[in-house]
Design a protein around this ligand. Sequence first.
Ligand code: FDA
Length: 395
Amino acid sequence: MAEKFDVVVIGAGAAGLMCAAEAGKRGRSVLVVDHGKKPGRKILISGGGRCNFTNYDVTAGNYVCRNPHFAKSALAQYTQWDFIGMVAKHEIAYEERDHGQLFCLDSAKDIVEMLLKECDLPTVQQRYRCDVHDIAKTEDGFTLMLNTDTVHCQSLVIATGGLSMPKLGATPFGYQVAEQFGLKMVPTTAGLVPFTLHVEDKDAFADLSGIAVPAVVTAEDGTSFKENILFTHRGLSGPAILQISSYWNPGQAVSIDLLPTLSLDETLQAMRDKHPNQSLKNSLSRLLPKRLVEAMIERGDLEDKPLKQLNPKEVQALHNYFHAWHIAPNGTEGYRTAEVTLGGVDTDGLSSKTMETKTVPGLYFIGEVMDVSGWLGGYNFQWAWSSGFVAGQHV
Ligand code: FDA
């Protein structure tokens, strides 16, 4: 005889635990299963161990999704203020960092413990190291074959996340379930991920590893982010690069304004008036890290000469070069280091109010498994909380 639950949630990550707690509070009997040995593994390592759990400023515009309106309803039903309220109720200390990002003051563990306390209800059971071998639709719900037993549920919630960081238990399970039930998929790629560079660029800049430069990075679709870029031994990283990677397609270039707070032609003109014999290298090194300027000279992008020898055309060329440094990545570091997966279960097949599929009553998808990916800055967890919460009200 199959054990019966009202709800089975597959995946004990951010979205799954939120959904289980909410459904359990409504008196629904809930089983959470996860193939990993413990819950919330991505939460634990997130935000450098301090979990950037939400942001003061959240709108659907902070998400990449084929349907730009899809996230609106869930984000309005369960806002960042609701989650901040839960964090405050559990007396978790937090701090605001740049751009309204909220981090735990102490440890990301606090967030996992909070979610587990919220799930600590007679109605909610959790099973770890538990694989789901088969899912079958029945007249009144779903039958699941687990490691050693079979369970039946009315509502099935897929909260298995995306593909990033396979060593933390990421699998394509959710996509396979979507395909089993005839749902459409948006092709998946790594998002919020460092770029790798073609060998000539990589060799030219590898020695700069660790150097950060404030910049504005713009993708070919015009999206831009003003943040630091960071040179790494493989290519480029840093917040501006991670953000723009979600808007980049293979083969495209990105344009980087390396001097976003000044106008180089005017600055060079002023420098030349004051110090006509000063070299271009020394002048630029007052504005940018010296090693970056040297690398650009060494690879032949710039010619070092006294400022007085620069003609107006050369000044304009330098202006264009530094305000729109074009670099064509050869790829990304991929799912090994990506923070999110772009694409996933197509939201066209889901209700934006409940996360239930439109064609299979009782089947829900929440969190990162679907085609909703947030910017860097706490937006991905907010999506997990909001989508998990709304599903929790309807399962
Ligand atoms: P999540 O990945 O959290 O959970 C999925 C669960 O499903 C896991 O427990 C997994 O074991 C389980 N599972 C998978 N396959 C299964 C299977 N076949 N059977 C059973 N269980 C299965 N976001 C943010 O807003 N702020 C931040 O600070 C960070 N920081 C960050 C750092 C790093 C290094 C990464 C990789 C990611 C982030 N993120 C982030 C992104 C954030 O972690 C992510 O978007 C959410 O965890 C997604 O929540 P989900 O619940 O959808 O999936």
